[in-house]
Design a protein around this ligand. Structure first.
Ligand SMILES: [Zn+2]
Length: 266
């Protein structure tokens, strides 16, 4: 019996090797990275704040339309820009910064880290973009979103060494606007799920980004009607709820209970 299992394990290991599964980057759970403050998916807050984020730009047309809409509804957003596109459209990036939005790093060439990529290649992607953005905006933003949301220990580590924290998005706010699902679907995804501290994933430069623009024209007024304020990721993080305070009744005789302060963790 034990022998059979050993042989099965061996066969499985060989198959995995043949399929190229060895040497894959290591990634831990959401809880692991979240508790260490290395990756942010959303921000627990009691305030009616939402962070809209736009990836893959700048785009000479749609980004400008998005900026117009954001201005119209007094909303601030975070743009995760691709370095080589920022070099191509520097004026768009400058306008984003000038209008109070946040400009964050989304690699230089939109490289996916879902396979083994060397630490130096990741560092290069980050650094090149960082230099361009700092030059254009006059400041360094600490936020980095890996393309496709692919991350692993190496990505997190290299980002950290360059002073970056990874910002992903609320799992219930992945609009999938990049597949052009239809304006109504993008709108419903955001509005039906909206809650305090959400980080919404949208794109300002993909095929069908005009759907994103049209959707935004409906999303912004409705979120405002509901009392939400659209803020940058930095601003949202300023309003992060601290660990929940554990309250005891005043006449609680157990008194102070050391060792019972684990809190919520989120
Ligand atoms: Zn992207």
């Amino acid at each position: 019996m034990g022998h059979g299992i050993a042989r099965l394990t061996l066969v499985a290991a060989c198959l995995l090797t043949l399929c190229g599964f060895t040497g894959q980057p290591v990634a831990n759970t959401r809880e692991y990275y979240e508790s260490r403050g290395e990756i942010v998916w959303e921000v627990p807050t009691d305030e009616k704040l939402i962070a809209l984020t736009f990836d893959d730009g700048p785009d000479a047309t749609t980004t400008l339309q998005i900026l117009d809409l954001l201005a119209k509804y007094d909303a601030k957003a975070t743009f995760f820009v691709v370095g080589r596109r920022a070099e191509r459209f520097p004026e768009v990036v400058k306008r984003e910064a000038l209008e109070g939005h946040e400009i964050a790093n989304h690699t230089y060439s939109h490289m996916y880290f879902n396979r083994k990529v060397s630490a130096s290649a990741i560092a290069g992607e980050l650094e090149k973009t960082s230099n361009t953005l700092t030059e254009l905006t006059g400041r360094k933003c600490r936020w980095f979103r890996p393309p496709g949301g692919f991350y692993n220990d190496t990505v997190v580590q290299v980002a950290k060494e360059q002073g970056y924290t990874l910002i992903l998005w609320s799992w219930h706010q992945d609009t999938r606007d990049w597949i052009s699902p239809g304006v109504g679907k993008i709108v419903r995804k955001v509005l039906n799920n909206a809650r305090n501290g959400d980080i919404v994933l949208l794109h300002d430069h993909v095929g069908g980004a005009n759907q994103t623009v049209a959707a935004l024209g409906q999303i912004l007024p409705e979120l405002r009607n509901r009392g939400y304020r659209m803020v940058t990721v930095s601003e949202l993080l300023l309003h992060k709820r601290s660990q929940p305070v554990k309250l005891y009744p005043r006449n609680d005789r157990t008194g102070d209970r050391p060792g019972d302060r684990s809190g919520g963790g989120r």
